[in-house]
Design a protein around this ligand. Sequence first.
Ligand SMILES: Nc1ncnc2c1ncn2[C@@H]1O[C@H](COP(=O)(O)OP(=O)(O)OP(=O)(O)O)[C@@H](O)[C@H]1O
Length: 253
Amino acid sequence: MATQNDCCVKVSLRIRPQMAKEKIEGCHICTSVTPGEPQVLLGKDKAFTYDFVFDLDARQHQIYSACVHKLVEGCFEGYNATVFAYGQTGSGKTYTMGTGFDVTMSEEEQGIVPRAVQHLFQGIQKRRLETQSAGMPLPEFKVSAQFLELYNEEILDLFDSTRDPEARGRKSNIKIHEDGSGGIYTTGVTSRLVSSEEEMLQCLKLGALSRTTASTQMNAQSSRSHAIFTIHLCQMRVCPQPQVRHINSSVRS
Ligand SMILES: Nc1ncnc2c1ncn2[C@@H]1O[C@H](COP(=O)(O)OP(=O)(O)OP(=O)(O)O)[C@@H](O)[C@H]1O
């Protein structure tokens, strides 16, 4: 996770609570978090230190406040940010990112992506009100989103309504390129212009529904793919050139 003030990559560790199945099978918890330190002990003597460590009882809002809040604020200041979830199947990436859209989930359990979307639109509204009360011309905001899935070495456009979800193996029109400075970019991806938090979440839900899922021995509803959800925020102030920001979220299984 990147912030504008210090090292550009930060790594956080989250330990999820045991699932019912693991409790029934008598699995033991083999991790302990050192109080006051971002350090985890595996067994008795293997210590690992991260930028942040969240123990079994960590709540979704704590993860968001510590790891993501600053990144979204940074986008309004002109910084790009990526949040990337990495871990083995069933370790809690989808839960933490909040892209499973389980209808039984409470608001408190919302993950990073819905929180970031809400934060973004509240941030836009706040800035509009601030400039209005200062008697300045209203800034213009344009928000768009892209949603891609990488599965079996294939790239799929989850926002492409003309795509047949059953036709796996059919090539999409998306091309992945590398620019002169080694940056990766894509062409041919569907971009959806959105005007509200609700609209963005609806797009995200529809895309998430067409993701490839299957069960693994460790997760009954496993994602089986890499998903990349990108938000572009274009902010136009009075005269300057338009500035384009990107917020990226990735789930890797
Ligand atoms: N912090 C947590 N608190 C409560 N339940 C959790 C937590 N993290 C994960 N879970 C639960 O654990 C199960 C597996 O989590 P999840 O589906 O997020 O894993 P995943 O890493 O995305 O797996 P895959 O790579 O197979 O898609 C789910 O039932 C999820 O609700």
